[in-house]
Design a protein around this ligand. Structure first.
Ligand SMILES: Cc1ncc(COP(=O)(O)O)c(C=O)c1O
Length: 395
């Protein structure tokens, strides 16, 4: 990453802080690098990791990318209204209002596919599709975790694991009158979302990498078997989705997969710094103003406690980014209203100047800022609304 503290400090001078920035030069590098990593397999953009319509459009303008992976049906309806198409809602929704909003867009011709893994979801969607007067396209989510004695390597989402279990859901779909099965999603969270080169944890990382290797072999065979069984059972599958930023290489090599997903790699937040096989550019950061100097070598910023979701731990805190070498204080961390930062020896930052941080995760930062300031070269060229700036908080 070639950007310096002085470069960004001068950029935000005169702007109201806190301010979130997206460096378009680095963002575009990530868009191109992710396209290369997918090796020609079309990429669906995980909107939860972007949460900004202008940036979603910028990614989709690149020809490697096709369609959006939404995180709620209401979001799909919101994007449809703005002209987005080919929307896969990747998580089951049972909210009537949201589903009807999405199905109304299906009726107007937008492609929206809803996720299921349980006959009850199918039943509910079928009833609403009937009411709206459409046939709803469905995708079955297949669990890609690996089960070992005493270890569940992966996430807990779908109960559908085997070809037989997927076929059973497919039969429920085929018997209902207003839904049809068009896709399969098998997301290997334990490969895509688990860092495997965290500094200072070499023995543990060796174990993680070994588990990943074993898991890729197991899930690839199972994902393929599920797809074969559904096709043999008469399903006319239009796509098989898999993967995420951290698994683009292995997922795109799976012959059963027709499209991969990526989201986090575009912003490339702190948690994505520690993967062995790739390194993307830190395209998004936020600037907090220094408002106090409690002791030599320590400055205190206003704001900053934007903790990421997931099992809580130090790695879910934002990381001071520039000036380089700045650190959080272990006993205070990133605070609700104030965040003290220890500066490296010899570095001084004046009151009113910014400290730049990176969020641990990608899109969640956009829930804290109404806009992203877009940086091109030496200037901020535009401020674009995040979902929050659009007045939308979907979850
Ligand atoms: C279903 C699904 N696919 C793909 C992804 C990958 O997204 P990202 O590239 O942002 O890690 C996720 C992230 O959680 C997901 O839930």
């Amino acid at each position: 990453m070639g950007r310096t503290y002085a470069h960004y400090r001068d950029l935000v001078r005169g702007r109201r802080l806190p301010l979130a920035l997206c460096d378009l030069g680095l963002f575009d590098e990530n868009v191109a690098a992710i396209a290369r990593r997918a090796g020609g397999t079309p990429i669906r953009v995980a909107s939860k990791s972007v949460r900004c319509r202008a940036l979603l459009r910028r990614i989709l303008d690149h020809d490697a990318y096709r369609g959006v992976m939404c995180f709620t049906a209401a979001e799909a309806a919101f994007l449809a209204e703005d002209g987005f198409d080919d929307l896969l809602v990747a998580y089951p929704t049972v909210d009537r209002e949201e589903l009807v909003a999405a199905l109304e867009w299906v009726k107007k011709g937008t492609r929206i596919v809803l996720m299921v893994d349980d006959p009850e979801q199918v039943r509910r969607i079928n009833a609403l599709a009937d009411e709206v007067g459409v046939v709803a396209d469905l995708c079955i989510d297949v669990d890609m975790s690996m089960r070992l004695p005493g270890l569940h390597f992966g996430v807990r989402r779908s109960p559908v694991r085997t070809a037989a279990e997927a076929a059973a859901v497919a039969r429920v779909i085929s018997r209902a009158g207003s839904v049809r099965l068009v896709g399969v999603m098998g997301y290997e969270a334990q490969i895509a979302g688990l860092a495997d080169a965290v500094p200072g944890k070499a023995p543990m990382m060796a174990v993680v990498r070994a588990l990943k290797g074993r898991s890729i072999a197991e899930l690839t065979a199972r994902r393929g078997a599920v797809v074969d069984a559904l096709r043999r059972g008469g399903a006319d599958l239009e796509f098989v989705n898999g993967g995420g930023t951290g698994s683009l290489e292995s997922t795109s090599r799976d012959p059963a997969v027709t499209e991969v997903t990526a989201g986090s790699g575009f912003f490339s937040p702190a948690l994505f710094d520690s993967y062995r096989d790739f390194h993307h550019q830190p395209a998004v950061a936020f600037a907090l103003p220094v408002t106090r100097r409690p002791a030599p070598g320590i400055v205190t910023c206003h704001g900053g406690g934007y903790i990421a979701s997931g099992a809580t731990g130090d790695d879910k805190q934002p990381q001071p980014y520039l000036p380089r070498g700045a650190e959080l204080l272990p006993l205070e961390g990133a605070g609700e209203v104030q965040t003290p930062v220890k500066l490296p020896t010899g570095t001084t930052v004046a009151i009113g100047d910014p400290i730049f941080f990176r969020h641990a995760k990608a899109g969640e930062l956009c829930e804290r800022f109404a806009t992203l300031a877009l940086v091109e070269g030496d200037s901020i060229v535009e401020e674009v609304p995040t979902y929050r700036g659009d007045g939308k908080t979907f979850l």
